[in-house]
Design a protein around this ligand. Structure first.
Ligand code: PFF
Length: 442
């Protein structure tokens, strides 16, 4: 069964699908609020450094492990490690735990997007005056409608995942990603014309290192991992569907490049508006949802733009939730021999319980604080700042030290010798070392 695994049909399919997993709410919702809360320019520089120095090598490692084993994260460690990789497959536990926590809170935010899409279609989004936006948003997120949307998203995700990886996702992503890109560029141009553009761009691009502490560095690292869907085995499972002709390093660099570009464009859309409309850059998870409606309100045919934007963002978040679900689903199917239906049912049931808790943490459960965080923030912090970098560290140590050099070289070839050496060096020393130092300093 594994040997006959289907492949992505085209190279565009490979890029669109991995970019489909990487690009989503992480770029358009999470990046701006993390940058806003962590001082702007300096955060951006550290984030880019994390992508280049740690992110791209770890994407390559996941690609190599996925394609060489043609299995999910557990199976990959078991197949590729000498002596069956019993201990190494514990990284799979991290992957499943992390992806389930992310699916829970991510579905809540995808639900906010769905609500904004419906409000854009009905025209009611533009009806709320700028000053009342915060109260309106708080009343929505604090109510049952927000829970309802979370469940709708999980239902949609369940239906798509049931259909299998290749069929739907490749086709949808091929069309969706280019469209989203063009729309974002148009919105960025529009934001550059706002009166607060200069202040917004200065905030995003002029680094002020006096604001940097170990917390800012850990957040940038977490954002890099979150945005690239790294450390959980997502890229591994997708690479298990790559054909042997797919160039891994080039695909990793393209995915990381496009993903970072989308985050930057999202920053260029949001921060000029933050400074134009007097929002607070450090407003946290609600930032983008408070600012975007003001942008659309000032645009000609704003309702059309906002409908299109929230629809594409919704689809982009679904291409990401699918990839999160695929980690557990592939594990249950390949390791436990479960039917796809049953595996999807287990994955969705757990996500429904945890997702409801996350949704309620903006309303009835807002007083439930664990380590000073709501359930929503706790899931995000544990998954993005601990599990993903830890998973990435173990994956890079495995690929650099344990995996046979021949496998690494064969999967990455054709690749210039110097690049192979640099990549191996990064997987052995730089990526795990940097992650360890950031953890210890924190
Ligand atoms: N990278 C996705 C985003 O930026 O929206 C989020 C994500 C997808 C995280 C898949 C983790 C994952 F396994």
């Amino acid at each position: 069964m594994i040997e006959n695994r289907p492949h992505f049909a085209t190279r565009l399919g490979v890029i669109a699908t991995t970019v489909g997993s990487a690009v989503g709410l992480g770029n358009i919702w999470r990046f701006p609020y993390e940058a806003g809360a962590n001082g702007g320019g300096a955060f951006l520089l550290i984030y880019i450094a994390c992508i280049v120095v740690i992110g791209i090598p770890v994407v390559c490692a996941e690609f190599v492990m996925g394609r060489a084993s043609r299995r999910n994260i557990f199976g990959a460690f078991r197949t590729l490690a000498p002596r069956g990789g019993r201990w190494w497959s514990a990284v799979g536990v991290l992957g499943i735990t992390g992806s389930t926590l992310i699916l829970a809170f991510y579905s809540v935010v995808a639900g906010w997007t769905a609500e904004y899409f419906v409000q854009s279609v009905c025209g009611s989004l533009a009806d709320v005056a700028s000053g009342e936006r915060r109260a309106a948003f708080d009343s929505f997120t604090g109510g049952w409608r927000c829970v309802m949307w979370t469940l709708v998203i999980l239902g949609l995700n369940c239906l798509i995942v049931l259909g299998g990886v290749r069929k739907g996702i490749e086709r949808v992503s091929n069309l969706l990603m280019p469209l989203l890109f063009v729309l974002l560029l148009t919105l960025a141009l529009n934001s550059l014309l706002l009166p607060g553009a200069a202040d917004g761009l200065a905030f995003l691009f002029r680094p002020d290192f006096s604001t940097v502490d170990s917390g800012v560095i850990l957040s940038a690292l977490g954002q890099a991992f979150f945005s690239l869907s790294l450390g959980l085995g997502t890229m591994m499972i997708y690479a298990s569907y790559f054909s042997h002709r797919t160039p891994l390093l080039k695909s990793a660099a393209t995915t990381a490049g496009l993903d970072t570009m989308v985050a930057l464009i999202a920053g260029v859309i949001i921060f000029p508006a933050v400074f134009t409309f007097g929002a607070e850059p450090a407003a946290g998870p609600k930032l983008v949802f408070e600012v975007l409606p003001d942008i659309f309100r000032m645009m000609p045919a704003g309702a059309v733009w906002s409908t299109l934007f929230f629809l594409l963002l919704l689809l982009a978040s679904l291409t990401s939730t699918i990839s999160m679900s695929e980690i557990s689903v592939a594990y249950f199917c390949e390791q436990w021999g479960m039917s796809r239906r049953k595996a999807v049912a287990v994955n969705t049931s757990v996500a429904v319980v945890l997702g409801t808790l996350c949704a309620l943490s903006f309303g009835p459960l807002s007083d439930l604080q664990i380590c000073g965080m709501t359930v929503f923030n706790l899931f995000d912090c544990v998954a993005s700042n601990i599990i993903m970098p830890l998973g990435g560290m173990l994956i890079s140590i495995f690929s650099g030290w344990v995996l046979s050099r021949n496998v690494l070289q064969a999967e990455l070839s054709p690749i210039p010798r110097a690049l192979l050496r640099a990549l191996t060096f990064s997987l052995r020393y730089i990526a795990p070392g940097a992650i360890a130092v950031i953890f210890i300093a924190y």
